[in-house]
Design a protein around this ligand. Structure first.
Ligand SMILES: [Zn+2]
Length: 269
């Protein structure tokens, strides 16, 4: 049941675009994904991180995805690839029963096609907006590459919008029940359409994924700027999500982010 986080790749971003007090030298950020096992959900992933479908040599890619990978260079971590982590545990991709898809950015869905037997927990709204936009506008306008989604994604999608609601503690607002009193979905709009986090009740811990790049961005209390602002689908909504996270932290909750460079208690590799 305990959440494990792995680092699939590193990305190097100019520090000044992440933190106003930082210089321009590049800061190395991880690209995490999560893994846990639960009696109700089975072997479960939270996103997939980056993998060979984005950055492998000879991977078949559209021009748009090729260009994206040229602009946003990532170094894959061989030992942290989702397929490798599963193999190390004696599991195959087909053994994964659930993939929680927090949003449709490439660094979260790169390896989704490996999981041919899984059901997906994700936002129907996100899928509808991105798929209606078509491949080019999805890529340019949403940073989402439809070619990375399995062709039957929509039919295997269990929409978070249809899960029962729950009033969450510590100012987290209305969430959706994934496993009653254990794991809940927390909408964190603004970074991408339908973006959400995953809350562990017993640990009072929220994996807030890409609500911000750095935990320091929460404590600084500055308006969004740089990379956080430029990728956000809805800046005012993203600011509201950050306020919700600050309130949660003030109430004693722990926030984890996908790309924060500091280690967290759930990092395994
Ligand atoms: Zn993202």
């Amino acid at each position: 049941m305990e959440l494990e986080l792995y680092n699939s790749a590193t990305i190097a971003a100019p520090g000044r675009l992440l933190d106003r007090s930082s210089g321009w030298s590049r800061v190395v950020l991880p690209v995490r994904f999560g893994l846990f096992e639960h009696p109700d959900l089975g072997l479960t992933l939270i996103d997939t991180g980056y993998g060979a479908r984005c950055y492998g040599r000879g991977a078949k890619k559209s021009f748009g995805l090729w260009l994206y990978t040229q602009i946003f260079r990532a170094d894959l971590q061989a030992a942290g690839q989702v397929q490798q982590i599963l193999a190390d545990k004696g599991k195959r991709p087909e053994d994964v029963q659930t993939v929680i898809v927090t949003h449709l950015h490439a660094d979260h869905i790169s390896e989704l096609k490996s999981f041919t037997k899984a059901r997906f927990i994700g936002s129907r709204q996100a899928y509808d907006v991105v798929s209606k936009a078509g491949s080019v506008r999805a890529a340019l306008g949403h940073g989402s590459f439809l070619e990375l989604l399995p062709p039957d994604y929509a039919s295997r999608l269990d929409a978070i919008e249809e899960l029962p609601t729950i009033a969450l503690p510590y100012g987290l607002g209305t969430g959706r029940i994934l496993v009653k009193d254990q794991v809940s979905i927390v909408p964190l709009e603004g970074h991408a359409v339908g973006h959400f986090g995953v809350y562990w009740h017993d640990r009072q811990t929220l994996y807030a994924v890409d609500a911000h790049w750095l935990l320091k961005g929460l404590s600084d209390r500055e308006p969004m700027f740089g990379m956080s602002k430029s990728v956000a689908s809805d800046v005012p909504a993203a600011e509201q999500s950050l306020d919700l996270l600050r309130g949660f932290q003030a109430a004693g909750g722990t926030v984890i982010l996908c790309h924060d460079p500091g280690g967290c208690g759930f990092d395994v590799r």
